[in-house]
Each structure stands twice: as structure tokens, then as C-alpha cells.
Design a protein around this ligand. Structure first.
Ligand code: ZN
Length: 280
């Protein structure tokens, strides 16, 4: 897929382009007018699904945490059979999300995470990184693996957060802030990496500001559980958030979990700290 897909101001695509899509000289429309799901006869599972655009809102539901719920078609349609097969086989599908009437942003490859045959819906997480620029007929093994990782980690995310926050007594490991609305479970090794497992020992309870500072390497945690603040940041002069929230944390020892089993893993801390140290 090439420049014909690049619309005004980004990668939104008009439905006419999707309907006239060709692959290796063969016409394979990526959308089925009025159906919301595309199942070419020669495909054993679904090729694409789309969100509708009705009365200025999405017709299928997308939750705040980025999960999409997609409803089966009414009746015993063969479309549903192929959709469920895509879930069973973990066949990647394309999701076209309507941005306005007639225009879509494609997400690919999508792996369907859950199938609920009673509620007649499938669910999958949407990640901005899956807004594809390539050809839906040609995906790499690496892209597929990435899509699978997103499904796996998103399924685990709420449990991981609960366990990590519990282990740290519901407080930020850096500054002791205790408002759970402002707390995250930060990964020491990112969850897109193979050893970035959703285990408590790969997590740190952090408030939003310290989580963001940690992820952007403005703050590091040594394998000896000490906080380091970026050198440039230490020299800056600004308001109380910088002074108390960041600079004052330099050299402080982090709050450790009550249970030794939940301690942050030193090898992972060391690996992550190396990344921080590289820049400072
Ligand atoms: Zn904090």
C-alpha cells in the first residue's frame, strides 16, 4: 500500500480507496459496503472489520483503556463463523476505525483477544503502534509477534497493577505519594520485551510524574535501590515540582515492598539503570 493511502494530514484513508484495493493484480476490496466486516470467499477467516460512523459517534464501543468490543452480525451469518475462526487461529485481522464519515485509520495486525459467544462479541486491545503503514497482505513475523505481545500484556495489565500497588502498600516507591488515582505500576523491563514479564519483581509502584520521569530516563533507580536524577535536570531552576518532586529525590532510597519476594529484581534494575547511565 503506498501514497494513495495517505490522506489529508495523516494516514486516514477514504473508503473508496479501500474498496478498490488490489493485491498483485487481483482486486480484493478491504471493506464490504454496509456490512462492517469483510470476508473474501477465498479466505477461511476474516480479513477486516470496521467501526461504523453514525450520528457523529462510533457505533461499536471503544473503552477508555483502549479495548474495542466488536459485535457479531445478526443471525447465524457465515461472517460470524469466519470471525470466530480468526480468534481461534489467532489470524491477524485489519481494524478500520472510522474517524469521520467515509474516512478510516487502519490498525494492523490485530489479534482478537477474547470471544464471548453468549454476548456475541469479540474484544481486542488497540495500540497506536498498530496503526499500520504497510500492506495488510504482507506482515512480518515480528509484527505478528508484537501484536500478540500487546494482547498478552493488556490482558495482564490490571492484575499486574493491583499486585504491584499492593506490594508497595499503595504508595509511590520514590516519593511515598499515596493517592491510588495518581499511581501506576511501572515496568522495570518494558512489557514489549521478552523478559518484561508482568511479575511483581519486574514492577515498581510509582506516581504519574515519577513513572513518566523513569520511562523517559530523567530518573533512574540503581540496583542498590537508590534514586538518581538526570544531571541536567539537577542544574535547572524552576518551580516546586522540579525542586521538591524531582531534585530532592536524588540519592533517596526507594521504599521497598513489605515482602522480600516482591522486591524489585536487581538484575533487571541493573539492566534498566545501564540505559539511564548511558545518557548521563
Ligand atoms: Zn512519586
Amino acid at each position: 500500500m503506498d501514497e494513495q493511502f495517505i490522506g489529508r494530514g495523516g494516514y486516514e484513508i477514504h473508503s473508496s480507496v479501500l474498496r478498490s484495493y488490489e493485491y498483485k493484480g487481483e482486486r480484493i476490496p478491504l471493506l464490504d459496503r454496509g456490512k462492517g466486516i469483510r470476508n473474501p470467499a477465498s479466505f477461511s477467516s476474516t480479513l477486516s472489520i470496521m467501526s461504523g460512523w453514525k450520528a457523529n459517534r462510533y457505533s461499536d464501543s471503544e473503552s477508555d483503556d483502549g479495548w474495542v468490543t466488536y459485535h457479531y452480525r445478526a443471525g447465524d451469518s457465515s461472517d460470524n463463523v469466519k470471525l470466530v475462526r480468526a480468534w481461534e487461529n489467532r489470524d491477524p485481522i485489519v481494524y478500520f476505525r472510522a474517524v469521520r464519515e467515509g474516512y478510516y485509520v487502519p490498525f494492523y495486525p490485530i489479534i482478537i483477544a477474547e470471544n464471548d459467544s453468549v454476548a456475541r462479541v469479540v474484544r481486542f486491545p488497540l495500540d497506536p503502534a498498530l496503526s499500520f503503514l504497510g500492506d495488510p497482505m504482507e506482515y512480518t513475523e515480528q509484527q505478528r509477534k508484537y501484536a500478540e505481545t500487546i494482547v498478552r500484556t493488556r490482558l495482564h495489565q490490571p492484575i499486574f497493577r493491583a499486585r504491584v500497588l499492593h506490594a508497595y502498600g499503595g504508595a509511590c516507591t520514590v516519593c511515598d505519594l499515596r493517592h491510588s488515582e495518581l499511581l501506576d505500576a511501572a515496568h522495570i523491563i518494558g512489557d514489549a520485551q521478552e523478559h518484561g514479564v508482568p511479575h511483581v519483581s519486574n514492577g515498581l509502584a510509582m506516581c504519574k510524574i515519577h513513572h513518566a520521569a523513569y520511562d523517559r530516563s530523567l530518573m533512574g533507580i540503581t540496583p542498590d535501590y537508590e534514586v538518581r536524577i538526570d544531571r541536567d535536570l539537577l542544574d535547572e531552576v524552576d518551580g516546586p515540582m522540579l525542586r521538591h518532586g524531582l531534585q530532592d529525590m536524588h540519592g533517596r532510597r526507594i521504599r521497598l515492598p513489605m515482602s522480600r519476594k516482591a522486591y524489585p529484581d536487581r538484575d533487571r534494575l541493573a539492566e534498566r539503570f545501564e540505559q539511564f547511565a548511558k545518557w548521563h
